[in-house]
Write a protein that binds this ligand. Sequence first.
Ligand SMILES: Nc1nc2c(c(=O)[nH]1)N[C@H]1C(S)=C(S)[C@@H](COP(=O)(O)OP(=O)(O)OC[C@H]3O[C@@H](n4cnc5c(N)ncnc54)[C@H](O)[C@@H]3O)O[C@H]1N2
Ligand code: MOO
Length: 417
Amino acid sequence: MRKPIPVDEAIERVMAWCREGEKEYISLEQCDGRILAEHIEATMPIPWFDRSPYDGYALSAEATTEASSDHPILLEVVATVGAGTVWDGLLTPKQAVKIMTGAAIPDGANAVIMVELTKEIEKEGKRFVQIRRKVDEGENISRVGEDMKQGEIVVEKGTMIHPGIVAVLATFGYDRVPVMKKPKVAIISTGSELLHVYEPLEKGKIRNSNAYMLQAQIRRAGGEPILFGKVADTFEHTLQVIQKALREADVVITTGGVSVGDFDYMPHVYEHLGAQLLFNKVAMRPGSVTSAAVFEKKMLFGLSGNPSACYVGFELFARPFIKAMLGQSKRYLTRAQAVLQKDFLKPNPFTRFVRASVSHQDGMLHVEPVGKDKSNIVSSLAQANALLVLPGGTRGFQAGSRVDVLLLHDEGDCVWS
Ligand SMILES: Nc1nc2c(c(=O)[nH]1)N[C@H]1C(S)=C(S)[C@@H](COP(=O)(O)OP(=O)(O)OC[C@H]3O[C@@H](n4cnc5c(N)ncnc54)[C@H](O)[C@@H]3O)O[C@H]1N2
Ligand code: MOO
């Protein structure tokens, strides 16, 4: 008899074996979506020279103390500088430099007045700018280090790179970016009933949907999926492919063959390998048969063949394991509270993860189960954007109850209004 263990304990047993992976350097242009392998520390202050945030005139603030609309002052415009060019002179209090946004503040200047507040005139072949108000020292200057101070940690290791981080990396001149290597995750589908997607259907056979579903789940978790195809239900073939996968991948995921049927060979494979079994039954539905074992420090996840059980098993156990190998601190699905919209009354000693749909309404999350809930169902996986968590030992919940949900596709979902 298999002894079911609680979900939390199963997660702990798996995570205890997790080791952070290696890093590699990739091009800045390819790094979006990858995980940073080092802290990004400001190697210099940004901006690294005082610059103008506006188009205007750089001047010495002291020269404007008496300026007013009744008594405008005139400063001689000795140069015009655009962003990228530097005026090498030393400005005197009677002078101004016309300056564009992004240009370096000339020596001797300590403020900038916006062009809209001034008027330029010509007198005796010389350019002058009319200033009609006092300008404060430091006004309109983007100071050295205003954006980032030297030595400051700007982005932490383990963060997923997004376009804003790409901008920071480019600012510090990272043409090669240190990222975590994607863990190689083997996918092996077991079952003599399985067909490739392109094969014609035959009676009694089904398409190998789990492999492609897992491929997508692994990619979303940050791993590199390797499809090892489908394996017929024979012990020798199953063992052979698993041994090959263990040589080539960091993590091995199998689907099917973990239950108690005559052709469920996974328990025998673990035994033959001498792998350390972490668990072979979890007190949850779907996915009660989910198994995990360790062979030569490599994790073998034995997920159920039933599509929904396979999906949930991956999200609960394999996803955080892959994310931890990547050094990510946020490893688990986001857990939130939502208001149940319909009664869901199902007494069960096991924790249930019900495929569900969450939506924002009046500033609150609402949740309702979607589609059919058996573990062999595929369609509700396509409709769900969350898993409603019904803790073991409860009899389900009535409409209006506050329940826990795990958000599935939250990375990309944004609620604008
Ligand atoms: N007598 C018992 N029978 C079963 C038990 C039990 O406790 N006692 N547990 C049931 C539960 S719960 C589940 S879940 C399944 C788990 O079975 P396996 O994980 O060993 O998976 P298989 O038997 O190989 O397949 C189950 C089901 O899924 C289909 N399948 C398999 N692979 C794929 C794939 N790659 N893509 C799509 N569909 C797949 C397969 O054809 C079966 O229909 O066992 C129950 N039985
Ligand atoms: O393990 Mo099964 O998925 O509980 O239904």
